[in-house]
Write a protein that binds this ligand. Structure first.
Ligand SMILES: Nc1ncnc2c1ncn2[C@@H]1O[C@H](COP(=O)(O)OP(=O)(O)OP(=O)(O)O)[C@@H](O)[C@H]1O
Ligand SMILES: C[C@@](O)(CCOP(=O)(O)O)CC(=O)O
Length: 464
């Protein structure tokens, strides 16, 4: 019997506000989902086998094939997932499979007769550096995935989320993208992603892959660190206790905030690749050390940055409401900002009166305050969050008509810049290619607020 193919996809991310602060559960961050997605397509023939296999194919990369089998303990239900391709490692794939299958076993929803499954992964070109602008969709690389330079859009989070969704739908017979299952999907993907990375980050990338553009506040790290590691030798007591803890952790209330917050209509995110690259873990260590040792002055900067982040989030939510509730006032203000720079937009907003103008000037102010505090953190912590080259570029961008401002997203550094602009100003912005603009490449990417979703298989497979 052939089982119908299904396809699930999840988006990449840009953390516009909240880098570093989001590591504390009390701080809010603003993370936008991007049009770049990773797709997971399931296909299977039902063969009732005692040794089912899961094969994950990633045909865009050399050696992109990872196979696993299942060994299920009849006594405890614990499932180990030994690899059948021992010379290849993909910790995210292995962790997603082991986490989902054991959760389904722990909840009694894993069928005893498991069909083998093949999952094909496709990732949009924006996730990896491409040799030229003229590559076909889902371009193929001549190297293994780990050797292809990434662009920092959160490929591992989107991969893990789309895989977890595909596995839940196939082996758990649930609709993982239905709102009642999204929290389970989120918790499983966070756990699988953390285990594969070997650390507990804030999880904003996985939350965005699941829920889309959101105001995110994280879970307590102890939720994940309290779970014992999966047993590696067959010890019935440990297996049973692991499964019970796994079920309790996934079904618990993680208390994450994921309220929707998108870029309002007629505005756009413009992401610029600045071809550099930064070491996020090293920067996080430097910032946290400064925060810990820096006494009241570090605390004051931390608090001021938190307030500026909150201000941006509130103004973006307010603008979204204005765009829907006062469309005429909103549209005529957007027409005006096409002619002026960030500081001009601020002035216009203050003098023009009206709630829309006020909110636009708050957005400009908040971005300025976020950058001011990030630059102080850069100097005091030694971590190159907004290095001077990025300051020059962001200042030059903010002086162009139709630009509300720009930030270094996420951990910052030499990876990228992210501008908030009027949609109609994009072409004119891209005309600037000299001086500080020489190094920046504007990406074919935009915010798309959706998180994980099911796709039409035929629409995606036509590119294969
Ligand atoms: N298309 C894919 N096929 C198979 N594995 C993938 C794919 N995309 C990502 N991965 C897995 O994710 C790993 C990259 O994860 P990593 O956390 O280093 O990058 P990232 O999530 O893109 O980075 P960042 O957090 O900076 O945005 C790859 O080495 C591979 O294991
Ligand atoms: C520094 C940090 O707050 C954000 C890192 O973001 P990015 O990987 O640079 O997009 C770390 C985290 O939240 O896990």
């Amino acid at each position: 019997m052939t089982i119908a193919k299904r396809c699930f996809s999840a988006p990449g991310k840009a953390l516009l506000a909240g880098g570093y602060l989001v590591l504390d559960a009390e701080n809010s961050s603003f993370v936008t989902a991007l049009s770049a997605r990773i797709y997971a397509i399931t296909s299977s023939q039902f063969v009732d086998s005692t040794l089912p296999t899961i094969t994950v194919l990633s045909p865009q990369f050399q050696e992109g094939e990872w196979s696993y089998t299942f060994c299920r303990s009849p006594a405890t239900g614990f499932v180990s997932v030994p690899t059948l391709t021992p010379n290849r490692r993909n910790p995210f794939v292995q962790s997603a499979i082991a986490t989902v299958i054991n959760y389904l076993s722990a909840t009694g929803t894993l069928h005893t007769a498991m069909p083998s499954l093949t999952i094909t992964i496709l990732s949009d070109n924006a996730y990896h550096s491409q040799p030229s602008d003229a590559v076909p969709p889902f371009n193929k690389h001549l190297l293994p995935i780990a050797a292809v330079p990434k662009t920092g859009l959160g490929s591992s989070a989107a991969l893990t989320t789309s895989l977890v969704a595909a596995l839940l739908s196939f082996y758990g017979s649930m609709d993982p993208v239905a709102s009642e299952y999204k929290t389970i999907l989120h918790n499983l993907a966070q756990l699988a992603h953390c285990n594969a990375q070997g650390k507990v980050g804030s999880g904003f990338d996985v939350a965005c892959a699941v829920f889309g553009s959101i105001v995110y506040r994280r879970f307590q790290p102890s939720i994940i660190s309290s779970l014992p590691s999966a047993p590696t030798s067959s010890d019935g007591e440990m297996e049973a206790s692991y499964l019970l803890s796994l079920k309790n952790v996934i079904d618990a209330d993680w208390n994450v905030s994921t309220g929707a917050c998108a870029v309002p209509r007629r505005l756009r995110l413009l992401m610029g690749d600045v071809t550099g690259g930064s070491e996020t873990p090293a920067m996080v260590q430097m910032v946290l050390r400064w925060r810990k040792d820096g006494g009241d002055s570090a605390a004051a900067v931390w608090t001021a940055l938190g307030k500026a982040n909150e201000k941006l989030i509130a103004a973006m939510i307010g603008l979204g409401e204005q765009a829907a509730e006062k469309p005429e006032e909103y549209d005529s203000f957007v027409d005006e900002i096409l002619k002026v720079s960030a500081m001009g937009i601020r002035q216009l907003g203050l003098s023009n009166g009206g709630r829309t103008g006020e909110l636009f000037s708050l957005v400009v102010d908040a971005i300025v305050e976020i950058r001011d505090n990030l630059r102080i953190m850069t100097i005091r912590s030694g971590a190159q969050i907004e290095p001077v080259e990025q300051t020059r570029l962001l200042d030059a961008c903010s002086a162009l008509p139709g630009v509300l401002g720009g930030v270094v997203p996420g951990a910052g550094g030499y990876d990228a810049v992210c501008l908030l602009v009027a949609e109609a100003a994009v072409d004119a912005i891209a005309q600037h290619t000299e001086g500080v603009f020489e190094k920046v490449k504007w990406l074919e990417l935009r915010e798309e607020a959706n998180g994980v979703r099911e796709e039409d298989v035929l629409e995606i497979e036509k590119f294969l």
